[in-house]
Ligand binder design. Structure first.
Ligand SMILES: *[C@@H]1O[C@H](CO)[C@@H](O)[C@H](O)[C@H]1NC(C)=O
Ligand SMILES: *[C@@H]1O[C@H](CO)[C@@H](O)[C@H](O)[C@H]1NC(C)=O
Length: 174
């Protein structure tokens, strides 16, 4: 009965949805950029601020909290690529048996058409997975009412220093 009713409504739903989104001015935006976690050197952009007594003995760093103000650039080379903004927030080593970070970041755009706008990203980042998906839970400026998802792929990881460059693709409805 419910299924039959849904079938009857389907043409109405299909017509109504595009009309509603056109009226609301909802946009879909895809942004690709590179996120640089600089933990080494004289001016790190990712600083550990807390750890549990058991963190040192943990294979996964469980219990560590890191505050970041990581540069975001258009291309993968941090020094030569166009700066787009910063990723400000924290990540927490939240995996006891595997390396898995709980990310809490604002992508703060400081150049181009999104200058002054932000996107809030939260989610699980199992850093050794090829693709990690996180939620886009909101935004400001151009990205007010944003929702969507981000996909992260490691571009380079220096196992000696811990420095990492990660490609982020943001798929945003706003
Ligand atoms: C963990 O290791 C760091 C660096 O080696 C050291 O400074 C710190 O005292 C250790 N913490 C604990 C709780 O063992
Ligand atoms: C971004 O906006 C700020 C504030 O309006 C402005 O000062 C700055 O020059 C802009 N940056 C770029 C790269 O356009």
């Amino acid at each position: 009965m419910a299924a039959a009713a849904l079938l009857l409504l389907l043409p109405i739903i299909m017509v109504a949805v595009p009309a509603a989104s056109a009226g609301g001015g909802e946009k879909s935006t895809h942004i690709k950029l590179y996120w640089h976690d600089v933990v080494s050197g004289p001016s790190p952009t990712a600083v550990p601020v807390a750890r549990a007594p058991a963190t040192n003995a943990s294979r996964t760093g469980f219990g560590a909290v890191v505050v970041i103000d990581d540069p975001l650039t258009q291309g993968p080379d941090r020094k030569t690529s166009k700066p787009l903004g910063r990723a400000q927030g924290t990540y927490i080593a939240a995996g006891k048996d595997e390396v898995s970070l709980a990310m809490n970041m604002n992508f703060v755009f400081q150049a181009g058409r999104y200058n002054g706008s932000t996107v809030a990203i939260m989610g699980r980042n199992a850093v050794f997975d090829a693709v990690r998906e996180m939620a886009i839970v909101g935004g400001t400026g151009v990205f007010r009412m944003a929702r969507g998802y981000a996909q992260a792929r490691t571009h380079t990881l220096d196992l000696k220093t811990g420095d990492a460059t990660v490609e982020y693709n943001l798929y945003i409805k706003h």
